[in-house]
Design a protein around this ligand. Structure first.
Ligand SMILES: Nc1ncnc2c1ncn2[C@@H]1O[C@H](COP(=O)(O)OP(=O)(O)O)[C@@H](O)[C@H]1O
Ligand SMILES: Cc1ncc(COP(=O)(O)O)c(N)n1
Length: 274
């Protein structure tokens, strides 16, 4: 187990459930475990979901979201947390209030909006609550390209657009912004990291595969695990990139549609090289 200040590192995910196990809370907890961090969860919504898509979305009452976060925060404690599917402005507000109540600072926000199959996981009117209430509390924001376009309010076609979007997202209060390159084309999948003053790129070989369900969830969970264990944002981002690269490359065949990644792959590759 990873240790921080002499005890086990603890990470919380505040996100939706993917019954198919490849994205959402399930991907997050698997990733925390693989990286040696104690995982906890606060559910925001249930989805009936498989590798073909989302068959149903059932949000959790916001007071139940608050209660879950207070239960773990008041007893177990949280070294770092991530948010995933938050669904509504009411849930976003409840989450922002709980983060402020506990004074948590290692906060990763994956602004999940639309599942890869096209289902909406965030109501349109919730975007404003996200930029106004959650981004000011965010240490690392991890949008994909469509999410960055929506939050920043500009289309992203060039690398200059990508940098401008990152600047705009930082202006909402996010201390670091990582715009992920999974939705772009090219031989490399390049993530752009902005720390409020300078840019750096994290690159990996693009894998031609349809099995990318849950990549964003898995990536942000790996980032959160790194922060929980005391790594810097940059070191956590590098570890998360290596984790997702291994998980995509070493694909597993699950279900008849767009399958999940292999959450075992990164740890197995470390063992193989040790
Ligand atoms: N086909 C791929 N090959 C290699 N890396 C990928 C691929 N697709 C996504 N990634 C990486 O996976 C992570 C998640 O990215 P992305 O798929 O854009 O997020 P989301 O799931 O939120 O849409 C990023 O680090 C990205 O660079
Ligand atoms: C409950 C839940 N949360 C998030 C996603 C996004 O998944 P993806 O990483 O495939 O875009 C999802 N499909 N379901």
């Amino acid at each position: 187990m990873e240790q921080i200040e002499g005890r086990i590192a603890r990470a919380l995910t505040i996100a939706g459930s993917d019954s198919g196990g490849g994205a959402g809370i399930q991907a997050d907890l698997k990733t925390f475990q693989e990286l040696g961090v104690y995982g906890m969860s606060a559910l925001t919504a249930l989805t009936a979901q498989n590798t073909f898509g989302v068959q149903g979305v059932y949000p959790v009452a916001e007071e139940a979201v608050t209660a879950q976060i207070h239960s773990v925060g008041s007893d177990i404690g949280v070294d770092a947390l991530k948010t995933g599917m938050l669904f509504s402005a009411e849930i976003i507000t409840a989450v922002a209030e709980a983060i402020a109540f506990f004074g948590w600072t290692k906060v990763v926000v994956d602004p999940v909006m639309i599942a890869k199959g096209g289902a909406s996981l965030l109501q349109a009117e919730a975007i404003r609550a996200m930029t106004e209430k959650l981004l000011p509390l965010t240490a690392v924001l991890t949008p994909n390209i469509p999410e960055a376009e929506r939050l920043a309010g500009i289309p992203i076609r060039t690398s200059a657009d990508k940098r401008e979007a990152a600047r705009r997202l930082a202006a909402f209060g996010a201390k670091h912004v990582i715009i992920k390159g999974g939705h772009e084309e090219g031989k490399e999948a390049i993530d752009l990291l902005f720390d409020g003053s300078s840019f750096s790129e994290l690159s990996g070989k693009r894998v031609e595969t349809a099995r990318t369900h849950g990549t964003g969830c898995t990536y942000s969970a790996a980032l959160t695990a790194g922060l929980a264990a005391g790594l810097s944002v940059e070191a956590s981002a590098r570890q998360a990139k290596a984790f997702i690269q291994a998980a995509i490359e070493d694909g597993i065949t699950i279900g008849g549609g767009h399958g999940p990644t292999n959450h075992w792959a990164y740890r197995r590759s470390l063992v193989a090289h040790s």
